[in-house]
Each structure stands twice: as structure tokens, then as C-alpha cells.
Ligand binder design. Structure first.
Ligand SMILES: Cc1cc2nc3c(=O)[nH]c(=O)nc-3n(C[C@H](O)[C@H](O)[C@H](O)COP(=O)(O)O)c2cc1C
Length: 196
């Protein structure tokens, strides 16, 4: 290598170092599979994210897991599970808007729903499932008769927006953690089992 080539390639290498790299959202270790699965979730404080990751774990890690705020292109997936945390009886506005915007893509691919809620720390009954799945997620997605599950979630004050924290503390709501990994994994397995 002559002196000129040496300096030229060195300079190009240094420029490349400073060029901004395109950021990619974190992929939650999807395992190889002949089917392409995605799980889309909306969350405020992270319990719905954990539920989504554990659902994927129940599917032996083949599903790619996306926060709706990443605005993923889900048209490249064959099968999709949609779910989210609940505040005021509904999932986040971001999730609702994403579903409305991507309805055509989602319509033929949705295979399951989940919701994560407090439910006043009481066990989930059919009424809660009707409110959060049938009358909410299934209604806005316009896909019915597929597996669904409502999980009990968590309250972690340190993760809340300050004004929300103040409001919740005012209700004397204790911190709790009722989200169960085995339940999320079992749901993942159940949904996977519906697709041959
Ligand atoms: C401001 C606020 C409103 C909530 N509203 C409801 C509700 O309407 N129904 C319910 O069952 N749980 C409600 N919860 C409990 C949450 O659904 C629960 O904490 C859930 O785990 C939050 O999920 P995330 O950590 O993914 O945001 C509420 C929690 C907060 C902080």
C-alpha cells in the first residue's frame, strides 16, 4: 500500500466512525422459525412489555416484540398478538391510534389479544374480559373469536408520571405486583397452538 492510499483509507475509516448509524429497535431474541410472529403492546410503566416478552417466551421466543411507540411495520409478519396496559378502562391512545391506522394490515393477521390491568387487585372474571377484550380491543381491531387473556399487572410508583403518582398515592393505592410469568407463557403457548 502506498502512502497516499494509506492516508486515504485511514481518513475514510475515521469519517465512517462519526457517521450516525441508523438506530434499530431492540429485538427480543426471536428464535428461528418458519412462521413470522410479532407481539405488539402499549404500556405506560412496563408491565405490558414484560407480559409481551413472556408471551413470546411461551412461544419458545419466536415472536418479535414491539412497543407500539416504535411504530413497527407489521406487514412483514404472518401472525400478530396485540395487547396493552389499561388506564381508565382502555389501552393507550398510541395503541388505539396505531390499530386504527394499520387496521388493514392487522385484520388478517391478528391471532390473540391480551390486556394488563389492576382490576382492584381482584381476580379477573368474565366481566373484565368482556370490557377489556370484547368491547375494547376486539372491537377496535374488528377481529373476534380468537384467544384472549387479561392479566393482573403492577403498580410501581417510581415509574409513574409525577402527577399520576400523586393522584394514585392520594387514593392510598398500595404498590403491588400480580403479573405472573407462567400465565403469560401459557397464553403464548395457547395462541401458538391455534396456528398450524
Ligand atoms: C392512572 C392509572 C389508571 C388505571 N386505570 C385502570 C383501570 O381503569 N382499570 C384497571 O383494571 N386498572 C387500571 N390501572 C392499573 C394498571 O392497568 C396496571 O397498573 C397495569 O399493570 C399498568 O400497566 P403498565 O405497567 O404496562 O403501564 C390504572 C393504573 C394507573 C396508574
Amino acid at each position: 500500500m502506498n502512502k497516499r492510499t494509506f492516508f486515504k483509507s485511514g481518513l475514510l475509516g475515521m469519517i465512517a466512525l462519526f457517521l450516525p448509524k441508523k438506530a434499530h429497535p431492540l429485538e427480543y431474541y426471536p428464535m428461528p422459525s418458519d412462521k413470522k410472529w410479532a407481539i405488539l403492546y402499549g404500556t405506560w410503566c412496563g408491565s405490558a412489555r414484560d407480559a409481551a416478552i413472556w408471551i413470546s417466551e411461551g412461544m419458545d421466543g419466536i415472536a418479535n416484540v414491539f412497543d407500539v411507540r416504535e411504530n413497527p411495520d407489521l406487514s412483514v409478519y404472518d401472525h400478530i398478538i396485540v395487547g396493552g396496559a389499561v388506564r381508565g378502562g382502555k389501552t393507550s391512545q398510541e395503541l388505539q391510534d396505531y390499530i386504527a391506522k394499520n387496521k388493514e394490515i392487522l385484520k388478517t393477521r391478528i391471532r390473540g389479544y391480551f390486556a394488563v390491568c389492576g382490576n382492584m387487585m381482584k381476580p379477573v372474571g368474565p366481566e373484565t374480559t368482556k370490557t377489556l377484550i370484547d368491547d375494547h380491543l376486539a372491537t377496535i381491531c374488528s377481529v373476534t373469536n380468537i384467544p384472549s387473556k387479561v392479566f393482573l399487572g403492577r403498580i410501581t410508583y417510581g415509574l409513574m408520571e409525577p402527577e399520576v403518582r400523586k393522584q394514585m398515592e392520594g387514593f392510598k393505592m398500595p404498590e403491588y405486583d400480580n403479573l405472573k410469568r407462567p400465565e403469560c407463557m401459557a397464553f403464548g403457548k395457547e395462541v401458538l397452538g391455534t396456528v398450524i
